[in-house]
Design a protein. Structure first.
Length: 192
């Protein structure tokens, strides 16, 4: 075996690792974490499971694979983040292109109104395209695409019923008294 320098990463080949031990480790490392086993490696390379166990222990396969998995996870997450960034850029560019179409069509609409010519998009299609472009751009800037307002109507009877329940709730009244005792003197001090 030729002399090798110290490995740069824990999952790289170690100086003292023989060719068969390295090949077995590579096989072990490439298995998914949930499927890694010395028995599977032994079966695939045609070696005794005890020998694979000794190689695993001597060359610290478990820790090296733990570092490998962290590295692969980091690389995967980094690639996913970059892919999402690129997707957002594409979608924002698409939304910009749609806005440009809406602008062109609006200009045509204005001209048509003045000249009585034909539209490429109907006013309804133009509205839907504008709404789609707005939604696409908002989503890609992590903004909600819909904003909802919720209202409820409380009648005078509802208010009376609530007040009566509160006035009958001893725990609530005791809590209110404690708060009053705690904060009323402070408020009076601030006012004076």
């Amino acid at each position: 075996m030729s002399k090798r320098s110290e490995p740069e990463n824990p999952w790289d080949r170690r100086r003292e690792e023989s060719d068969p031990a390295w090949e077995a480790f590579v096989l072990y490392r490439t298995m998914s974490p949930g499927e890694r086993s010395q028995r599977r490696v032994a079966d695939k390379v045609g070696k005794n499971e005890n020998l694979i166990g000794r190689w695993s222990s001597r060359h610290d396969w478990v820790n090296r694979c733990f570092e490998w998995d962290k590295h692969v996870d980091y690389q995967t997450r980094t690639a996913e983040i970059e892919a999402v960034k690129e997707m957002r850029k594409r979608h924002i560019n698409m939304a910009g292109g749609f806005f440009a179409v809406v602008g062109v069509e609006l200009n045509k609409l204005l001209r048509i109104v003045r000249e009585a010519s034909d539209l490429v998009l109907t006013p309804d299609q133009l509205q839907r395209l504008g709404e789609f472009a707005t939604r696409l751009e908002r989503l890609n800037h992590n903004e909600p695409d819909n904003i909802f307002e919720q209202r409820s109507t409380v009648t005078l009877d509802d208010r009376r019923e609530f007040i009566q329940k509160v006035l009958k709730d001893d725990d609530f009244l005791n809590q209110l008294e404690r708060l009053e005792e705690q904060f009323l003197p402070k408020l009076e001090e601030e006012v004076n």
